[in-house]
Write a new protein. Sequence first.
Length: 148
Amino acid sequence: MSSEHSEIIPPTEANSVWAERTGTRQYLGRNARGAQVRIGTGPGEFSPGELIKIALGTCNTLSADHRLAKALGEDFDANVVVATLKSEAEERYTDFDVQLVADFSSLTPEQRATLTARVEGAIERACTVGHTIDKGAGIRLHLLDDQD
């Protein structure tokens, strides 16, 4: 579960998240800014797979938000939907399909093509989650005794 890496960024409050076990297969995820998300497989909970989909979709839209706002207006409405294909044998997602849904009817075909190119460029420059999924990342697991 490890890979070669060029730089290790040590965990800090700024870049760490944590989850506290609240029950059988249930956790409460937190960040240093006070946000919380319920994680599990029950009602009102996100599964880890759903969280990675939300992370990718919103990373895409947040990265391109300024481009979309310039073309559609500051108060544009949008939704992002992320679907996946899964390899059951490998227990991993093989493909992500990100769909940005908004009212593009005011754009000419040329304007829409330009916006598509600009949105894709913004995502390519700024979406850390997308870069991580696309290029892969090493994973290191550490079991720490809470008594130390």
